[in-house]
Write a protein that binds this ligand. Structure first.
Ligand SMILES: *Cc1c(COP(=O)(O)O)cnc(C)c1O
Length: 425
């Protein structure tokens, strides 16, 4: 049996039907922005392997730190015990996170970072003795695939079998250029009823919904109203964290800071799984008690894994260098120039970018079935050119590792232009 045959026999891949899909490519090794297949291909990872990679694959600096840690302390139970990599990381995160953040609760992925935030917000009200049930989210939201995270996310084909098991959430419209008043009014009416426990949002850009960018001013108004009406605010920065939007955190663009911030994806530079939920004093204070009933009784076996924390510390070392900061600015700059260039193309419905995130939506006069057919054309078109770009429906996005050079970016931009030309013919 080939590796592919064995894969098909033994493995169940995420977000993939068991039948009717191409066999996955077997990646033997990866370095920098390149993935090397077992049959000798060299593919540009233009999506940072699901938005996680920051400093390139198999990064030597991170690898060295993690391998040293492996022979010192690979893991230890995190209740009643602690370790230096996790303490160092928490202290460093709190130094760079918005000022109101005061403690880090570790978990092991983005969905769990969100679960922790949602549970903390609900228990905040329980501990206060005035339980509130309602959670507000934004249309199109994606917060992960566990039940709580699914519940606060958009109801879609991804969650359809579970609709009846998801708890109720009030969705406000996604803020566009034209509906700000409607969004703000609906939000105000909702929060003024005084039964809203929490408001959860992806700050400035919704990832899975199609890299949809929305206004910082509107979000700031929603946060101000949340504050005025005693609503706990949760920023899901699982995708936007660690430089993606140009600032270290998307919350850095905001005047009003969230009570809870969820982190994962770029946290370890894309090396391994780790989740963190940052908590403001307001939240922490409601749990300052020796009463077990008021404690947050939640944890995961691999909470704050020392290897993952070490990878995160090493990734932060790299991220906070001037070199990395200027790379982020350089990519952001390039993206916005490319957006300006292709926006007038007739086959482009919309092109947008924020920081290192670039999205291109295709227009077509044809029916929607044509569009879904086109989706199946996008992926192979780029893969044939050795560029990994996974479309989200009718939309193409680029989220590069920060080490991508201008030349490599141009290769991707040129391929996108080439694809746009095929749409005209
Ligand atoms: C990816 C993502 C999650 C889920 O993270 P996982 O590690 O995949 O569970 C949650 N929220 C946002 C905004 C994400 O992009």
């Amino acid at each position: 049996m080939t590796w592919s045959d064995k894969d098909e026999t033994f493995i169940w891949h995420p977000f993939s039907p068991l039948k009717g899909v191409e066999s996955p490519l077997v990646i033997e090794r990866a370095e920098g922005i390149y993935l090397y297949t077992e049959d000798g291909r060299k593919i540009i990872d233009a999506v940072s392997s699901w938005w996680v990679n920051l400093h390139g694959h198999s990064n030597k600096y991170i690898a060295e730190k993690v391998s040293r840690q492996l022979t010192e302390l690979e893991h230890v139970i995190y209740a009643g015990f602690t370790h230096k990599p996790s303490i160092t990381l928490a202290e460093r995160l709190l130094k760079v996170l918005p000022e109101n953040q005061s403690k880090i609760f570790y978990s092991d992925n983005g969905s769990t970072a969100v679960e922790v935030a949602v549970k903390l917000a609900l228990q905040f009200w329980f501990n206060k003795g005035t339980p509130k049930k309602k959670i507000v989210a934004i249309d199109g939201a994606y917060h992960g695939d566990t039940f709580g995270a699914m519940s606060v996310g958009e109801r879609s084909i991804f969650t359809k079998p579970f609709f009846s098991f998801l708890f109720n959430v009030e969705f406000i419209p996604f803020p566009t250029a034209n509906n700000n008043e409607e969004v703000i009014n609906q939000f105000r009416t909702t929060v003024e009823q005084n039964d809203v426990a929490a408001f959860i949002f992806e700050p400035l850009v919704q990832g899975a919904a199609g890299m949809r960018i929305y206004s910082q001013e509107v979000l700031d108004q929603l946060l101000a109203m949340s504050k005025a009406n005693d609503v706990v605010t949760i920023a899901d920065e699982v995708m936007t964290g660690f430089g993606r939007t140009g600032q270290l955190f998307a919350s850095d663009h905001l005047l009003h800071k969230p009570d809870l911030i969820c982190l994962s994806k770029g946290l370890t530079g894309g090396t391994m799984a780790l989740g963190a939920t940052a908590c403001s004093n307001k939240i922490v204070n409601m749990f300052q008690s020796s009463d077990l009933e008021r404690a947050f009784l939640h944890g995961h076996s691999y909470t704050a894994n020392p290897l993952a924390c070490t990878a995160a510390n090493a990734s932060l070392d790299l991220l906070l260098t001037d070199e990395s900061k200027s790379s982020i600015a350089r990519i952001a700059d390039r993206n916005s120039i490319f957006v300006k260039k292709i926006k007038p193309f007739s086959s482009v419905k919309d092109a947008r970018s924020v920081g290192t995130i670039l999205a291109v939506e295709f227009s077509s006069s044809e029916s929607s079935s044509y569009l879904s057919e086109m989706r199946n054309r996008i992926y192979p078109f780029f893969l044939e050119r050795n560029i990994l770009l996974r479309p989200l429906g009718n939309l193409l996005y680029v989220i590069p590792p920060y080490v991508m050079t201008n030349k490599e970016l141009d290769l991707i931009y040129n391929a996108i232009e080439e694809f746009l030309e095929t749409l005209n013919s």
